[in-house]
Design a protein around this ligand. Structure first.
Ligand code: FAD
Length: 396
């Protein structure tokens, strides 16, 4: 019976740990093993990009360490243990020379930061990507070494992660420059007038924006980083943060022959992958991407992840359950100008934009004027609930 077989979960992010906890609350006995390449510390990833201004240390973000986690979940937790391969026919994992059998397997391996170019190893202490607590510990290790000193930080990329860190580190007293190829910040969430409003709020707070620019070269200049932009302008930085996007970690699944796409490991509506007894959820999964309605939804946010946790916990404890997502907007943590957005799944026929002076509402509509998504800034964010009720669900 699959629902009593030992369950192995790869990944101890919000997806892996959330699933283990949800299964444990439905079944007190089933053997569960959690395996992670990282420390296994349980933390809430979205807090990383608002911790600096709140003076939270990386350690204060740890809710449970791996030992605690194992005890509270009555699970085996193996940390710093990257899985090398999955043998789907033999139902076992390869970890170095060791093989480990599984009954059912869940891939919750998340997404990895993508960087447009390699950086010299001599810059390792000055160039960062922040996608987990270990990354954040490294950054804070450097920033906190000189308390009170205002570091010059160049952030490359103006998506959610780049903008949130720009706001947080600026609020924490650092001098920020934001470089991005697009004309305005948050290009995938905000139509240009709203993006401009955010750029202006950033500029008023002293964050220098270099939009429609790319970094052409980056090198060690002895006591910092020298950057050259594609128009020849030079920037000097103490630290550089790449926030140039995330790619689902599909390599393990792909090498094992599972169906994947650039959007993630393809699953059906019950989060089953193309291989028997293997499931996927969280940032690594592209849900409903298997089968006829191909395309799938790769929503790399917490609310869809939590819905997936709930549905998969039910499925894995004997009640097959499809996951569905509501019209869940993303709340961007940029207190300099509050932003809420529900990006439409397809480019809209038009955006209907109203507002002024930072308070904008933008409705993405189809040709017939039906609401497909929305973006709100400033005081208009209070329209979030009303508009979410009228918008189509992300999935289901
Ligand atoms: P991860 O947290 O990436 O976990 C992946 C796990 O898999 C890790 O434990 C890793 O060690 C392990 N792993 C990977 N490969 C292997 C391997 N081969 N062997 C063993 N283990 C492996 N979302 C929101 O909804 N709201 C927000 O405000 C928000 N803010 C964010 C701010 C930041 C700075 C970032 C980076 C993201 C933010 N997000 C936000 C997105 C949200 O945090 C993610 O969607 C969510 O945390 C993903 O969780 P996950 O468990 O799928 O992946």
């Amino acid at each position: 019976n699959p629902s009593t077989a030992p369950l192995t979960i790869i990944g101890t992010g919000m997806a892996g740990v959330g699933l283990a906890r949800a299964i444990r609350s439905r079944d007190g006995e089933r053997p569960i093993t959690l395996i992670s390449a990282d420390s296994g510390d349980e933390y809430t990833k979205p807090l990383l990009s608002s911790a600096f201004a709140k003076r939270q240390t990386p350690q204060s973000l740890v809710m449970h360490d791996a030992v605690d986690l194992a005890a509270t979940l009555k699970a085996r937790v193996r940390t710093r243990t990257p899985i090398d391969a999955i043998d789907t026919a033999g139902r076992r994992l390869r970890i170095g020379a060791e093989t480990l059998p599984y009954g059912q397997l869940v891939l919750a391996t998340g997404a990895a930061p993508w960087q447009p170019f390699e950086v010299a190893s001599s810059l390792r202490d000055r160039v960062f990507q922040i996608n987990d607590l270990d990354d954040y510990r490294r950054l804070r290790g450097v920033l906190d070494r000189h308390p009170g000193q205002r570091a010059r930080i160049v952030i490359i990329g103006a998506g959610l992660v780049g903008c949130e860190f720009a706001n947080d580190l600026s609020a924490g007293g650092h001098r920020i420059a934001l470089v991005a190829p697009e004309p305005t910040p948050l290009p995938r969430l905000l139509p240009p007038p709203l993006g401009r409003a955010l750029g202006e709020a950033f500029a008023e707070a002293g964050i220098r924006g270099y939009f429609e620019r790319q970094v052409a070269a980056l090198h060690d200049d002895g006591d910092g980083v020298a950057l050259v932009l594609d128009d020849g302008e030079a920037l000097a930085a103490d630290l550089v943060l790449f926030a140039t996007g995330l790619r689902p970690r599909t390599a393990l699944a792909e090498a094992a022959g599972l169906a994947v796409s650039p959007a993630g490991i393809l699953t059906d509506c019950r989060l089953a992958t193309s291989a028997p007894e293997i499931f996927a959820l969280g940032d690594v999964a592209c849900v409903d991407g298997l089968g006829a309605s191909a395309g799938g939804v790769s929503a790399m946010y917490v609310q869809p992840l939590q819905a997936a946790v709930k549905a998969l916990a039910a499925t894995l404890t004997g009640t097959p359950t499809e996951v569905s997502y509501g019209a869940w907007p993303v709340v961007v943590k940029t207190p300099l100008l509050p932003v809420v957005a529900l990006p439409p799944r397809e480019p809209p026929h038009h955006w209907r934009i109203e507002g002024e002076a930072g308070d904008f509402s933008a409705l993405a509509e189809d040709q017939a004027g039906r609401l497909l998504g929305f973006a709100l800034t400033g005081r208009c964010v209070r329209r979030k609930v009303e508009l979410a009720r009228a918008a189509p669900p992300l999935l289901g």
